[in-house]
Unconditional design. Structure first.
Length: 398
């Protein structure tokens, strides 16, 4: 900096890095810069043209976010990953990249998260996409349906929200590809610790990284993991639309990924214990958890998942309960928080009837098996005995 420059000029330019360093911090730094300078105009041109690697503008990429994307791709077994500002943004991006547009057909699981259902109907169906919902756990039905509707995209969840239906991803991928469709899989509930859908044929893997990948309730983010042409298409769309994650959130996710495996082990162990406890409770009439031997998805989970872990969410129906009884139960909880999310280190409970599936009519909710007495419990990593004790005392107050 020229010392003869005016103070106003020096205040703006002082402190800027003048050259690259060889520092290798153990924790990735947060690069909050929006723009980056290049050594010369030819280098800038090469980066913008895709002939060289580098950073010029945050919407097109930043060092902290790129570091996160590399880590996410490593975990999901894909060529790369794209970090978005929310889970809904990641699903939106994946659907666009997969080819969901006017006059195409999307085949989606009828058990999708309510927000995903709303995205398909309020955004895609409203723009001329034919959206068909079906039970994607019934492979014979899926095969027959795909031969009739000529779908471009198939959308499923590894473990559905909130009824914890488990989809046979390898078979679904085979059926989708035979029909010329791309498969988009929401892997939020399973995480790559339990399962990696891309290794079994999924074209796009999405996450609400707000949940288990973040795990601490302090970051909102989404992920699209893919390879090859699918990745290139999604990346180009992301940069055009602007589904971009900020560097601070990327840094928080990088921090959390370091403990993901440890956290998931405890989430799953606690959830299994809670599921067994609730199955024997007099005030609970039904428990949804794929890790129970009585679950229709137990055998499939043992085949698909890499270990004896079945997820950290347990859903259950309180016997004879409606809205008022469920509210009384939830308000009686002392340790478990009522919250519209999941995957945090602390246990959280949600009432799907008025939250995750609020946008559906009462008849539609009942048709899916979401009754007025159903609650969804995201089991945290607290001591298992404390979680069970809190559930027990609250069930007595229902």
């Amino acid at each position: 900096m020229d010392k003869r420059a005016a103070l106003a000029t020096r205040a703006i330019h002082a402190g800027r890095p003048t050259e690259a360093t060889d520092l290798m911090p153990s924790s990735p730094p947060i690069h909050n810069a929006v723009t980056y300078r290049c050594a010369d105009s030819a280098t800038l041109d090469a980066i913008l043209a895709g002939r060289a690697e580098g950073f010029v503008y945050r919407r097109l990429g930043s060092p902290t976010v790129a570091c996160l994307e590399g880590a996410l791709a490593e975990l999901e077994g894909t060529e790369s990953a794209i970090a978005c500002e929310s889970g809904m943004a990641s699903l939106h991006l994946a659907l666009l990249a997969a080819g969901a547009h006017c006059r195409t057909t999307v085949l989606a699981s009828q058990y999708l998260y309510g927000g995903s259902h709303a995205l398909l109907m309020q955004v895609f169906a409203a723009q001329g996409v034919n959206v068909v919902f079906a039970d994607l756990t019934d492979m014979d039905s899926v095969s027959q349906l795909l031969s009739q509707i000529h779908a471009t995209v198939v959308v499923a969840e590894t473990i559905s929200n909130p009824l914890l239906q488990v989809c046979d991803i390898p078979r679904l991928a085979d059926l989708a590809h035979r029909a010329g469709a791309s498969l988009v899989v929401d892997n939020t509930f399973a995480t790559p610790v339990l399962y990696q859908p891309a290794l079994d044929g999924a074209d796009f893997v999405v996450h609400s990284a707000t949940k288990y990948l973040g795990g601490h309730g302090d970051v909102l983010a989404g992920v699209v993991a893919a390879s090859g042409n699918e990745l290139q298409t999604a990346r180009a769309l992301q940069q055009t639309i602007g589904h971009v994650l900020d560097p601070t959130s990327a840094w928080l996710l990088l921090r959390s990924l370091r403990t993901l495996v440890l956290r998931m082990r405890q989430h799953c162990a606690n959830a299994l214990a809670v599921a067994h406890y609730l199955s024997a409770h007099q005030h609970v009439c039904r428990v949804y958890y794929p890790g129970l031997a009585s679950s229709p998805h137990f055998v499939l989970c043992r085949r698909l998942f890499s270990s004896d872990m079945f997820g950290g969410v347990v859903s259950f129906e309180i016997r004879g309960a409606g809205r008022e009884q469920v509210f009384r139960f939830m308000d009686s909880l002392k340790l478990i928080s009522a919250a519209t999310s999941l995957g945090d280190v602390g246990s959280m409970i949600l009432y799907p009837w008025h939250s995750s599936h609020r946008s559906l009519s009462d008849d539609a909710k009942l048709a899916l098996g979401i009754g007025a007495g159903l609650v969804r419990l995201s089991v945290g990593v607290e001591d298992m005995s404390d979680i069970i004790s809190d559930l027990g005392q609250a069930l007595e107050q229902r």
